[in-house]
Design a protein around this ligand. Structure first.
Ligand SMILES: Nc1ncnc2c1ncn2[C@@H]1O[C@H](COP(=O)(O)OP(=O)(O)OP(=O)(O)O)[C@@H](O)[C@H]1O
Ligand SMILES: [Mg+2]
Length: 255
């Protein structure tokens, strides 16, 4: 079978900035690659920020500076016996061609390719890039502006691109991020209803709002959460219900 047919193209995507695209790309990619045994690679097409490319340099430096993490990383790389996943920088308008080329020439078969795409429709080639994904995951927060732009854009994607048939998209999945336990539920219920009425799919798992996400790990930390070179600590994953998210994610993409 052709290798490129087996590689899943996936993007955490949103029209709204700061909702967790890069964070989830990293958390999911690292879990799959370093803990679950899949081979992943990432294309960072979020020009001009390229935050993931920069993040990897920072993550490596953090591991080297910290004795405990250095030991953990050494153990990890000798146990799983594979390298850190590549993060490649590319412009959005030709990222699909670059991705196809990468998949075709990669010495190891790639199970999942993640695309961190720019958050605006005005970027040249963004719609084409999105249409080339197999699965799109869109973080949403209970914020009116986020919800409005997300619902409008997701419907457009669903209607225009998918009905024309010129697309690889199999699923578009919204999911709640930064859910605060103390918030009243009627707002969520209302949005859940609206999402259903529009015929969009909503994932069951919700990610809690947790200070973990905002914390850059300290020099002497013994646990890792969001890192491009190590998987998220299992206890921290459970605490924000990220473990449930991963299960549902794997169920959807059907590797
Ligand atoms: N569940 C969560 N709880 C708390 N903070 C979170 C959560 N998810 C994401 N964040 C925080 O929100 C901020 C934005 O996340 P991130 O950079 O991943 O978003 P983005 O969509 O990639 O943004 P951009 O549009 O700038 O590329 C980060 O500081 C991140 O740590
Ligand atoms: Mg980002």
């Amino acid at each position: 079978m052709n290798k490129q047919h087996k590689t899943k193209f996936i993007s955490f995507s949103s029209q709204k900035g700061g909702v967790g695209k890069s964070t989830f790309t990293t958390l999911v990619a690292s879990t799959l690659h370093y803990r679950l045994g899949y081979n992943v690679a990432v294309f960072d097409a979020d020009f001009p920020q390229h935050s993931l490319v920069k993040m990897k340099a920072r993550d490596l430096a953090k591991v080297i500076e910290n004795e405990h993490l250095k030991k953990l990383a050494y153990k990890q790389f000798t146990t799983i016996n594979k390298k850190a996943y590549p993060i490649m920088q590319h412009k959005a308008d030709s990222v699909l061609d670059a991705a196809q080329e990468f998949v075709n020439t990669s010495p190891v078969p790639i199970d999942v390719l993640f695309f961190d795409l720019p958050g605006t429709v005005n970027t040249p080639g963004i719609l084409k890039a999105l249409a080339g994904m197999h699965h799109i995951f869109t973080p949403i927060t209970a914020d009116r502006l986020v919800m409005e732009s997300t619902l409008i854009f997701t419907q457009l994607l669903q209607d225009v691109i998918m009905k024309k048939g010129e697309t690889s998209i199999k699923t578009i999945n919204l999911f709640w991020n930064q859910v605060d336990g103390r918030e009243s539920t009627p707002l969520y219920d209302l949005y859940d209803q609206l999402i259903g009425q529009l015929g969009l799919s909503l994932m069951q798992s919700q990610i809690k709002n947790s200070s973990r996400f905002r914390k850059e790990s300290e020099v002497d930390t013994k646990t890792v959460f969001r890192s491009t070179v190590m998987p998220p600590d299992e206890r921290l994953m459970k605490a924000c219900r990220f473990d449930l998210f991963i299960n549902e994610f794997l169920n959807i993409i059907q590797l």
